[in-house]
Ligand binder design. Structure first.
Ligand code: GLU
Length: 418
């Protein structure tokens, strides 16, 4: 596998989008550079009394369309470059969802499974103190991402509010229901992926009940997405997590697997059902299925794995699972990629709905929330699809073209200084 830089990858797609739109470098050069990149050191007293210093990041990529917005991940691979790319993808994604935000992302280089709950809480709170001058409900609004959850978001809201001397739930989204969270938000990314597949099916005249699927990743996005697609009739024959890939050619009972994983530390290790076995993770990507649902990390489909893919469609639940090379290869082979910035936009659109409720203090029913999400996802899909058809480009390029147009228009209307 060649050396891979996700930010460079993003820039190449952006440049191709600009070219198709006949934009000059001058028109969009500002989008090629993050507005602000923050690196912080986070010293923590561990439970055994020794001090450890972690590296944390927050990148605000672009704020032409509104406050910076994007999740925070806790992962050993988090670094400046990864967070920078993830922040840029949020700029693109928020423009596609047509929500009034720019793009940001944060991360701490840490394996949270090695920390006690107290250490995790101290780490989160100290990170907030470090980035506090740069976040706020109208400035930059974090959310969950890989290995972060509602509990961590509640600590962020609490720490920030303590510093401000008043309760500020709108500083972060993805909070638990007890602390200003919204009904529907926890499932929003997975539900949005189900809507994306539904939207794709209606364009292609395909039926969900006839599709087979393999899923990589069974965290929040992979598990909720799989469960909802399974309920719509998709036959899921493999689900992979860190410990291996559960395989059942007759179709996995996703309801049972979901319950099992949630009560076994989000892992399927030890799960059994009739007809199932475990296969190595490397085999999952090679399965002869209609849809490959990528819901783990970036850079999974690359020049070392792409040739083995037999699926017709790649559904990107994770951010950046397909490298540039693999993307080009799939386009050439006629394998359709439903790209992250469109397919998983439900998460941040759902965050926007939570933020609106925090701002107004009026809370919606779950049905209201899901209806609005469905309408948004439909519109986002239609907007991208119209460009795809007009310019004869892939979904990904069409999505970038739409987003770039919207970001540039916003910046031009606001006017340039400097
Ligand atoms: N982490 C999610 C994403 O990558 C959600 C971000 C948000 O809600 O701000 O889209």
């Amino acid at each position: 596998m060649s050396k891979y830089n996700p930010y460079e990858n993003m820039l190449h797609v952006l440049d191709r989008a600009a070219e198709k739109l006949q934009m000059q470098t001058n028109d969009y050069e500002f989008v090629r550079h993050p507005e602000r990149e923050l690196t912080v050191s986070i010293p923590i007293m561990m439970d055994d009394g020794h001090v450890e210093v972690f590296s944390g990041y927050r990148v605000q990529h672009n704020t032409a369309r509104g406050a910076a917005k994007g999740g925070i991940r806790f992962h050993p691979q988090a670094d400046e470059n990864e967070v920078k790319a993830l922040a840029a993808w949020m700029t693109i994604k928020n423009a596609i969802g047509n929500i009034p935000y720019g793009g940001a992302k944060g991360g701490i280089k840490v394996d949270p499974s090695k920390l006690s709950p107290r250490e995790l809480q101290r780490l989160t709170r100290m990170y907030v103190r470090r980035i506090a001058p740069f976040i706020g409900p109208d400035q930059d609004v974090p959310a969950p991402d890989v290995n972060t959850n509602g509990q961590i978001m509640a600590w962020i809201a609490d720490e920030y509010s303590a510093m401000r001397g008043q309760w500020e739930p709108g500083v972060v989204t993805g909070k638990p229901l007890t602390t200003g969270g919204s009904l529907g938000r926890n499932e929003a990314t997975g539900r949005g992926l189900m809507f994306t597949l539904e939207n794709w099916c209606s364009k292609q005249n395909e039926q969900m009940e006839k599709l087979t699927m393999a899923v990589q990743g069974f965290g929040n996005v992979g598990s909720v997405g799989s469960l909802l697609m399974h309920r719509h009739g998709v036959r899921i024959i493999a689900i992979g997590d860190i410990d291996g890939s559960l395989y059942n050619p007759g179709g996995i009972d996703v309801e049972a697997a979901y319950i099992y994983a949630n009560s076994h530390g989000r892992s399927l290790k030890g799960y059994e059902e009739k007809g199932s076995s475990f296969i190595p993770n490397t085999e999952l990507l090679k399965l002869d299925v209609d849809i490959l649902f990528m819901a783990a990390l970036e850079n999974q489909l690359h020049n070392g794995t792409m040739q083995e893919v037999k699926a017709r469609v790649i559904l990107e639940g994770a951010n950046g699972p397909t490298t540039e090379e693999a993307d080009a290869y799939f386009a050439e082979k006629g394998i359709e990629v439903l790209p992250d910035v469109l397919a998983n936009v439900g998460g941040v659109v759902g965050s926007y709905y939570e933020w609106v409720q925090n701002k107004t203090g009026y809370y919606w029913t779950e049905n209201e929330y899901n209806d609005k999400l469905q309408k948004n996802m439909k519109q986002s899909f239609e907007d991208v699809y119209a460009i795809k058809e007009k310019y004869h480009v892939t979904y990904r390029l069409a999505a970038y073209m739409l987003a770039l147009k919207r970001v540039v228009e916003a910046q031009n209307t606001r006017g340039f200084l400097g």
